[in-house]
Design a protein around this ligand. Structure first.
Ligand SMILES: Cc1ncc(C[n+]2csc(CCOP(=O)(O)OP(=O)(O)O)c2C)c(N)n1
Ligand SMILES: [Mg+2]
Length: 368
């Protein structure tokens, strides 16, 4: 018997607005109206400014830790722009821009990183899940949410975000396998920023693309320039349509770069070259979008200055609101964890009122 090839695979890469300002008129026709690209740029700029402020808050002891999103704003924003308001957006921790676009208040994110659990209480109309710090868990949540929607005959789809490192977790493989085999309407968006803290991408994945990891599960896969908001919108639109019409998942590798440290607890200079960062600074999604708008006379430096002033007011007000929130009571853990408090915990709660924890609570609130 001769040996014959039974499968040949191909990964397509989508780019519409490249880093040199070239715009693909065919793919990009009617994709994002002019008025919207201005709003999207403003959203990315506001998210970038929040990064600056949050960094300073952490350094001055007003925030626990913070993962800057700098450089990766276009990916989740594109998804939030495309999705319906009642589709699920299931993120990890570098998708602030998408969350803000769908209306999640900035102070929710600030509270989360200030260590206040109430930052995780995403109000229902936003259809966003709490920020997932355990790597990979959210891909399963998204698959479950989309499956539930399909089971109930509802129209909602789910879109989940995760990093390149997360595709090495078992959770990714379980979610992908489940979604592809049960025809679940979920969009998997992998933000390949080439690093998982200090571990370089080539150690995580020996294949030439991360996208092809999805092929093994039999789902459509593609790669996009993740710093090109037009390409991201194009890809998510196509994937969301597939999810809605055919109830099929898609895997999108969004190639991007984190311009900052992993978090404020990291110093990326210890493991990556400045020359690499400098190359990616030129591919910055904000810079690219701004140049595009200027070439179309949609933007200029006075608009930039006016926007910066608006953003400063908006972000500073969110910081003030998050710092004014009243510290929770220790007894809240009893009052809000169970619908009906088990008797042993009721006993603990009652004894807490008369024993050491109660005095600790008083000291804490007095000292605050
Ligand atoms: C289950 C789990 N293991 C380890 C960690 C510690 N950790 C935090 S971020 C990170 C790297 C994640 O890399 P990637 O998925 O590429 O996301 P990125 O931070 O680059 O956006 C690790 C290992 C964690 N949070 N959760
Ligand atoms: Mg990464």
């Amino acid at each position: 018997m001769p040996i014959k090839s039974i499968l040949k695979l191909e990964i397509e890469r989508v780019s519409i607005l490249d880093e040199h300002g070239n715009y693909d008129e065919k793919l990009g026709a009617g994709l994002i109206p002019d008025a919207d690209i201005v709003k999207l740029y403003e959203a990315m700029s506001s998210c970038r400014y929040l990064d600056e402020v949050a960094f300073k808050l952490q350094r001055s002891g007003r925030m626990g830790t913070y993962p800057q999103n700098m450089g990766q704003e276009a990916t989740s924003l594109a998804a939030a722009y495309v999705l319906n308001q009642d589709d699920w957006l299931v993120t990890c921790y570098r998708e602030n821009c998408g969350l803000f676009w769908r209306g999640v208040p900035m102070e929710a994110i600030l509270l989360h990183w200030m260590g206040d659990e109430r930052g995780n209480a995403m109000p229902r109309p936003h259809f966003a899940t709490p920020i997932a710090v355990p790597i990979g868990t959210q891909m399963l949540h998204a698959t479950g949410l989309a499956w539930a929607s399909k089971y109930r005959g509802e129209k909602q789809i789910a879109c989940t975000f995760f990093g390149d490192g997360a595709t090495s977790e078992g959770d990714f493989h379980e979610a992908a396998n489940f979604a592809a085999n049960l025809d679940i309407p979920v969009v998997f968006c992998c933000q390949n920023n080439f690093w998982a803290i200090s571990v370089p991408g080539k150690i995580q994945c020996s294949a030439p693309t991360v996208a092809q990891r999805g092929i093994a599960y039999g789902m459509p896969c593609l790669q996009v320039d993740g710093n090109d908001i037009f390409a991201c919108v194009y890809a998510v639109k196509e994937a969301a349509e597939r999810a809605r019409k055919e109830s099929r998942p898609t895997f999108i590798e969004m190639v991007t770069y984190r311009l900052g440290d992993h978090t404020t607890a990291d110093d990326a200079r210890r493991y990556r070259d400045q020359a690499e960062v400098d190359v990616w600074k030129l591919r910055d999604p904000l810079l690219r979008t701004r140049k595009f708008m200027e070439s179309k006379k949609l933007w200029n430096s006075s608009k930039e200055d006016a926007m910066r002033q608006r953003i400063e007011v908006e972000v500073n007000a969110a910081v003030a609101r998050s710092e004014q929130i009243v510290t929770p009571e220790i007894s809240d853990v009893f009052n809000y964890t169970f619908a009906e408090l088990p008797s042993d915990l009721a006993q603990q709660r009652d004894s807490m009122q008369t024993h050491s924890l109660a005095s600790e609570a008083t000291v804490r609130s007095e000292g605050h």
